[in-house]
Design a protein around this ligand. Structure first.
Ligand SMILES: Cc1ncc(COP(=O)(O)O)c(C=O)c1O
Length: 342
């Protein structure tokens, strides 16, 4: 059966070139800093993001977690958007493991929040409050339709944070999607951030891994946290090798995913009972399926090989990636339309 998996860009299979690179990777003991492939990947990541250093971590969640824990002490506060992945989808790990308070401001439709509100939410040293230490942003913004956020849009928030001496962390799980959509170097998008996470395992197609980038001091502290979390790895060059392939050859092609996402959104928007959410800027398409039997339709689609991310309230997320061609998009549209018409 023909399968078109639109649930997430995390479903991507490693490319043949990645598998070859993994099979032949030169490796060593990464925890001792002796894995040449990991060292190369980390140096590439730091350079591409314009930061002094980078550390290879197991996941985006771990990159964000270590980014927070290495900059916040127990009882200190992180402020982020209420729809951000860090606040709603990472199990409050920084609270569980580091006693960090996670506070949320309402996200707007671009995945930002009001800088004025941020200013009033920041607690300095008043004894009764957690001391605010770090401000978090997300780019692209997953739950706000994959919005690619420009430096100008981020500026008021970063300015407010800076004026109060706070650190800034960017969850750039899909940072390169933002860079490609905005035709802006990734380094420009994160120039004012102290730490940034980006994922290899999403649109870039790798099986495993993310990078946390920042100053040499921040990343030295992050390495300590990675060890405390039991995630300092050994011959991890095996997986880092796929990351090098991704950084060399999988970034520009993200533009194809964005074209495919718009094609999908246009097609879905013309189907009765379906409305498309936010303007599609990158590879995420959110739709509203106004049907009481929406969950049943999603199940039928799954049986027919079309996998969609059906969520509560008739909201579906569909994601384009390296394993979804424009032909697959057309085929998925045909099956979705005919299934809805039954
Ligand atoms: C915006 C964002 N940040 C972080 C993550 C976490 O990444 P991981 O699944 O590798 O932990 C995700 C995963 O979907 C994400 O969408």
């Amino acid at each position: 059966m023909r399968i078109v998996d639109l649930r997430s860009d995390t479903k991507t299979q490693p490319t043949p070139e990645m598998r070859r690179a993994m099979a032949t990777a030169e490796v060593g003991d990464d925890m001792a800093g002796e894995d040449p492939t990991v060292n190369r990947l980390e140096a590439m990541a730091a350079e591409m993001l314009g930061k002094e250093a980078a550390v290879f971590v197991t996941s985006g969640t771990q990159g964000n977690l270590i980014g927070i824990l290495s900059q916040c002490q127990r009882g200190e506060e992180v402020i982020g958007g209420d729809r951000s992945h860090i606040i709603r989808a990472e199990g409050a790990g920084a609270s569980v493991l580091g006693g960090v308070v996670m506070s949320a401001l309402p996200n707007d439709e671009r995945g930002l929040y009001d800088a004025g509100l941020l200013e009033t939410a920041i607690h300095d040293d008043a004894l009764g409050y957690p001391r605010t230490r770090l401000v978090a942003l997300e780019n692209t913004h997953n739950s706000m339709g994959g919005a690619a956020i420009s430096p100008d849009e981020m500026e008021p928030i970063i300015e407010a944070a800076r004026s109060r001496g706070l650190a800034v962390h960017i969850d750039g799980a899909r940072l390169f999607n933002a860079a490609v959509a905005l035709e802006t170097p990734a380094s420009e998008l994160v120039k004012d951030a102290d730490t940034v996470t980006f994922c290899l395992s999403k649109g870039l197609g790798c099986p495993v891994g993310s990078l946390l980038c920042g100053s040499a001091d921040a990343i030295a502290e992050a390495r300590r946290w990675r060890k405390w979390l039991g995630s300092a790895m050994r011959q991890s060059g095996i997986v880092a090798a796929a990351g090098i392939v991704a950084l060399e050859s999988m970034i520009d092609r993200l533009a194809d995913d964005h074209v495919n996402a718009r094609r999908l959104a246009d097609g879905l928007g013309s189907i009765d009972g379906v409305s498309v959410g936010a303007a599609v800027q990158t590879n995420l398409v959110f739709i509203q399926v106004d049907r009481p039997d929406g969950a049943e339709i999603a199940r039928k689609l799954d049986e027919r090989g079309i996998r969609v991310g059906a969520r509560a309230g008739g909201v579906w997320r569909l994601v384009t990636h390296n394993d979804v061609s424009s032909d697959d998009v057309d085929y998925a549209l045909e099956v979705i339309e005919s299934t809805l018409a039954e």
